[in-house]
Ligand binder design. Structure first.
Ligand code: 4AZ
Length: 438
């Protein structure tokens, strides 16, 4: 009974199927289908090539050239001097002008790394950073860079006279580039060897204290008493010297009892060092908090990297106007009398004038010229217990960071009209130089 229809229709079956197939695969459909498949394969190959083969890569060069319309100054030998930074910024800005529009936006940044005397002017050494597709050859890019530069010398009205025959360009690897940049202070780098812009820190801050990311505050150190853990923050100002607050050592001044760690967590630390020497300011007064500044020398120097880096010391003449945004960082408590935090935190605060800070309803004359107030009159954001000795930093408009304050004192934490009080680092520039040569 069941077999009958099957037997009957079986001879027809293949023909029906064949006809239907023929209808579906008419030439137009076949063409469209082929095109779609080809397009999908093409896009897939494109994506793979873009990310795997043609992904951008960093190319670094050391450029050296003579500038003949400026005179060498003694202070150029000191890279943290105002003379060096101002001249460097001018040269770096000129490089941006030369490359920004002509190199298809592939120019990233440049850093002057040395200014040498020359009989006709100044010899300049600088690191240039570019991004190009990884398949590009360093030599071809070099030719391109030279062409753009020589063209600019002819067509652009540049503030400095570059002597063309003296210009040399050498491709360098990332390790060499890092070594050159390590000769300067206050530069933040990502582990990818790209510069970390200062806005990456301001952007994320909404309110209060956010946890820091790797390499964001590479000069931050934790000063710890063996057996008692974290006591204070400190800032790395050379490969062997930390700057901190004198009051951190009031319980214990014995260097053999102290260690310093680096990295964004206390445990585990990224780098650890013993302390060889502690120098307190001779005129530190515990009752008035005056001259609350101290130096700690590490027993062996640290190696600079994207994680451990020194901060710049500002020239003694630098003065930040009220309302300037500055950043305070530390492992201190986030509530009054709370515990030390294992993760480094940061907060944006604003400079408050000494006049306002000394008002009767604020600190009523307790703020001396060696101190700097920062925070908010409404309170809410502040340094606290355990942040003492740590950095208050300011980025200049070239992403170079300067240490402007040392967390010193305050009435409680984040109270209205009781901002944080910091040691004013510029006032102690000569004292630091006299003890360390920095
Ligand atoms: C402290 O006890 C401390 N709000 C540090 C900073 C401030 C207050 C107290 C500033 O180490």
């Amino acid at each position: 009974f069941y077999y009958r229809p099957v037997e009957f229709s079986e001879p027809e079956y293949p023909r029906v199927e064949y006809q239907r197939r023929q209808q579906f695969w008419d030439p137009i459909r076949l063409a469209v289908f082929t095109l779609v498949i080809a397009a999908i394969i093409g896009i897939a190959i494109g994506i793979v090539t873009h990310f795997v083969v043609e992904g951008d890569k960093s190319f670094y060069y050391l450029a050296s050239f003579k500038v003949t319309n400026i005179k060498y100054k003694e202070k150029y030998a000191m890279k943290s001097s105002r003379e060096f930074t101002e001249r460097s910024h001018q040269i770096e800005k000129m490089m941006s002008r030369i490359f920004q529009r002509s190199a298809e936006g592939r120019f990233i940044k440049s850093y002057v790394v040395k200014l040498n005397p020359d009989k006709d002017g100044v010899n300049i050494f600088m690191v240039l950073m570019f991004r190009y597709p990884s398949a590009s050859s360093a030599e071809r890019i070099k030719k391109r860079i030279e062409k753009i530069l020589y063209q600019s010398l002819k067509t652009k009205n540049l503030p400095l006279t570059i002597n063309k025959p003296s210009f040399t360009l050498t491709a360098i690897d990332s390790k060499k580039m890092r070594n050159f940049l390590n000769s300067r202070c206050g530069i933040r780098m990502r582990s990818s060897n790209m510069p970390m812009p200062s806005f990456s820190s301001t952007e994320r801050l909404v309110h209060g204290r956010e946890t820091a990311t790797v390499g964001e505050w590479p000069w931050q150190a934790s000063l710890q008493l063996i057996g008692a853990g974290h006591q204070c923050g400190a800032s790395l100002i050379s490969n062997t010297w930390l700057l901190t607050a004198a009051h951190c050592f009031w319980k214990n001044k014995d260097p053999t009892q102290w260690i310093a760690t680096f990295g964004i967590t206390i445990t585990p630390p990224e780098v650890k060092r013993n302390v060889r020497k502690i120098i307190l300011h001779e005129n530190y007064h515990r009752e008035t908090n005056e001259n609350d500044i101290a130096l700690a020398q590490l027993d062996t120097g640290v190696e600079f990297s994207s994680i451990v880096q020194r901060v710049c010391l500002p020239d003694s003449s630098v003065e930040l106007p009220p309302k300037t945004s500055v950043f305070v960082t530390g492992f201190g408590s986030i509530v009054d009398d709370g515990p030390t935090q294992n993760k480094l935190r940061q907060a944006r605060v604003e400079v408050i004038s000494t006049d306002v800070c000394n008002r009767k309803d604020v600190y009523d004359g307790l703020v001396t010229p060696g101190m700097l107030c920062a925070g908010f009159m409404e309170g809410k954001v502040d340094a606290c217990k355990g942040d003492s000795g740590g950095p208050l930093v300011y980025p200049d408009n070239h992403d170079i960071w300067y240490l402007v304050g040392i967390v010193s004192w305050g009435q409680s934490c984040a109270l209205p009209k009781k901002p944080g009080v910091y040691t004013r680092v510029t006032k102690y520039r000569d004292w630091i130089a006299s003890k360390t040569g920095i």
